[in-house]
Design a binder for this molecule. Structure first.
Ligand code: OGA
Ligand code: MN
Length: 294
């Protein structure tokens, strides 16, 4: 379902056009230049659209890393990272998501494949992320999409018995489990010290909308107070339920897109639906810190 264009007039005289991208979530935003200073009125209009649509795709953005940093900061603190670059260096606050090898050429064996599994960014933090912003600089001619899952709908479509069963459960999330679940190089001892396991409610209440949602994904290992295998089986089942087509939106990127999504009520994953060894895919990423889930 592609919606009609809605024109949003901000108090400062600017207007932005918002067009719904699918029934599940998402809106395309045009008429704004994110490299310009953000007025409070425009910020409020963006925040309202963000809460309504969960994912905003600002088209045609020409943003330096500094400009992306400045825009991101309006929404909260920018996160540091436990992941490391191939040379062991820490990631900068504005960092690059790409499929390039050490020689700078596209590779079908990327350094990390964690992004190809359903997750919500930094759920292994005690204070997980509010939003992630990805700015598409270079894209394959076709494919290289990102899939997004609406976890409000995932929760709402559960049976009443299941909702009751989940009401007070807490899932354990960790960097270590994430690396294990995704078949990546195991977490180092230092990374385990930096990011010890944390637990979050399986049914989370969105702090801005008050709506309930399923807060799960590939960073989880088990459920507190439940035999590990049973907890894992339940989490796997919930993830499969969440990620059914009826809850998923596929974002086909345009160069210049700046996508900003709500990590509190969406899961996401990259799709390797392109020839990764052949074509470059390069995006700039910033992550906004959120609040403790309840
Ligand atoms: C991320 C992420 C997916 C993609 O940047 O957090 O999961 O499609 N990216 O690159
Ligand atoms: Mn991610």
């Amino acid at each position: 379902m592609d919606g009609a264009v809605q024109t949003v007039n901000c108090d400062d005289g600017t207007t932005m056009q918002v067009r719904r991208l699918s029934d599940v979530m998402g809106a395309e935003v045009t008429g704004v230049d994110l490299s310009k200073p953000l007025t409070p009125a425009l910020k409020n209009a963006i925040m309202a659209a963000f809460l309504e649509h969960h994912l905003l795709a600002f088209r045609g953005q020409d943003l330096s890393p500094e400009a992306q940093h400045a825009f991101t900061k309006h929404f909260g603190d920018i996160e540091g990272h436990v992941a490391r670059l191939p040379d062991g260096e820490k990631l900068p606050l504005v960092h690059v998501v790409n499929n390039l090898g050490p020689d700078g050429k596209p590779t079908a064996q990327p350094h990390s494949t964690g992004n190809y599994f359903w997750h919500t960014d930094k759920s292994y933090h005690d204070v997980p992320s509010l939003a992630t912003l990805l700015h598409a600089l270079e894209l394959p001619p076709k494919g290289g999409d990102t899939l997004f899952c609406n976890t409000y709908r995932a929760y709402e479509s559960l049976s009443d018995a299941r909702k009751t069963q989940l009401a007070n459960l807490r899932a354990v999330h960790s960097w270590e489990a994430s690396r294990r679940n995704t078949g990546n190089q195991p977490a180092s001892e230092q990374q385990k010290r930096e990011r010890p396991p944390v637990s979050h409610p399986v049914v989370r209440t969105h702090p801005d909308t008050g709506r309930k949602l399923l807060y799960i994904g590939i960073h989880t290992s088990h459920i507190e107070g439940m035999p590990e295998a049973d907890g894992k089986a339940l989490l796997d089942e919930l993830l499969e339920h969440a990620a059914q087509d009826a809850h998923v939106y596929r974002h086909e990127w345009h160069e210049g897109d700046l996508c900003m999504w709500d990590n509190r009520c969406l899961l996401h994953r990259a799709d390797d639906n392109y020839d990764m060894g052949q074509h470059r895919r390069v995006l700039h990423r910033t992550v906004v810190r959120g609040t403790v889930p309840y």
